[in-house]
Design a protein around this ligand. Structure first.
Ligand code: BJW
Ligand code: ZN
Length: 304
């Protein structure tokens, strides 16, 4: 049966669901000006993901990788959460959650929010609600615990030696990256930064080596999940997917695994799937609901 685009039927499904999971992809942040991966203007159309988004690529040319991620980090820093981020974040406000998802079990509030995006815009949308006094300290803490960034964060670094993980919005991460301004330029064209001048564990002023965790001087890598690496939070995700009565899929092409298989997992357990996407996407013909258009409009409109 073709998916339904009837807002009333969707509202009925969401109102009766005891467990809801949201899965987001790059389309959620497209309205904030962050490029997607596979669209006409997508990153992986212009650039080779084997060179830029694999551990092997990093080993081969850490300088090119760091310049690529430095530029994308700055794009994310300059972007603002859009109406879809804000709407999804607002589900963490108890009164909003109660009104829009009245059947959710107490231990399912707010709904688990899985994002493949590394841009922190969903976190920043929560932080904005907190600053506006709409989320208490305790509520934002719980909301952040229920937000899984399964492909990591561009604002995290991981030390390749001591494995220390650090989160920072500071930019640039080292002086050598300050002068690399080319946005998405060809990898071969960017300047070669010596390994010693790339971001190092404990900071770039560090000039010796020790065994100290978090200050060992080792080479840092971006804290994102590359192809061939295991995404984060999979244990929690698998447990929740088994019981989800409704999976809301927002702005993903559903081509990258394991996220691409979440729809099938939910359907196999007789849960419902609703897809919000600008265009048709992989597997959406099997969804129960399909709403085409920019999610910063469709997602917000449907709940009004
Ligand atoms: C809008 C919109 C608007 C636009 N409103 N919508 C063969 C078969 C099966 C699997 C594999 C295979 N060969 C290799 C694999 C595994 C591989 C994989 O899936 N590859 C495929 C390409 C085939 N996967 C992995 O390697 C993963 N790890 C893994 O499998 O480990 C093994 C394991 C798993 C489980 C248990 C144990 C072991 C890791 C994947 C890591 C992905 N990393 C990236 C890069 C992150 C860092 C960076 O950005 O540089 O993550 S790749 C990139 O794709 C990024 C994204 O999170 C991810 C998904 O992309 P997304 O979000 O769907 O974006 P797009 O651009 O594809 O789609 C955007 C959508 O938005 C479009 O549909 C638009 O229409 C829509 N849109 N504007 C609504 N305004
Ligand atoms: Zn270290």
């Amino acid at each position: 049966m073709a998916p339904s685009s009837d807002p009333q039927a969707f509202r009925a499904a969401i109102k009766s669901a005891k467990t809801v999971i949201i899965l987001a992809g790059a389309g959620l942040s497209a309205g904030s000006g962050i490029p997607t991966y596979r669209g006409a203007d997508g990153l992986w159309i212009k650039q080779d993901p084997k060179k830029l988004a694999t551990p092997e690529g990093f080993k081969a040319d850490a300088s090119a990788i760091w310049q690529f991620y430095h530029s994308r980090r700055d794009t994310c820093l300059q972007a603002q959460p859009n109406a879809a981020h804000t709407f999804l974040a607002s589900l963490s406000i108890p009164s909003v959650c109660e009104r829009l998802l009245p059947s959710l079990s107490d231990n399912e509030k707010p709904p688990l929010f899985i994002t493949q995006n590394f841009d922190s815009l969903s976190t920043r949308a929560l932080e904005a609600l907190h600053e506006e006094g709409k989320l208490s300290d305790e509520e934002i803490k719980i909301a952040k615990e229920r937000l899984i960034e399964m492909h990591g964060s561009v604002f995290r670094t991981i030390c390749t030696d001591c494995k220390h993980v650090k989160f920072t919005y500071d930019t640039p991460l080292c002086p050598a990256l300050a002068s690399t301004e080319e946005e998405g330029g060809d990898v071969e064209d960017v300047k070669k930064i010596p390994l010693a001048e790339l971001p190092r564990c404990g900071g770039t002023s560090w000039n010796g080596r020790s065994n100290r965790y978090g200050s060992c001087g080792g080479l840092l890598r971006p804290g994102v999940v590359w192809f061939g690496e295991v995404p984060e939070g999979l244990g929690e995700i698998a447990r929740k997917l088994n019981w989800a009565e409704l999976l809301i899929v927002v702005g993903t092409s559903s081509l990258v695994h394991p996220a691409a298989s979440f729809q099938k997992t939910v359907r196999d357990r007789r849960g419902k799937v609703a897809v919000f996407n600008l265009n048709r996407s992989e597997g959406d013909d099997l969804a129960d609901f399909l709403f085409l258009g920019p999610c910063e409009e469709t997602l917000v409109d449907i709940f009004q």
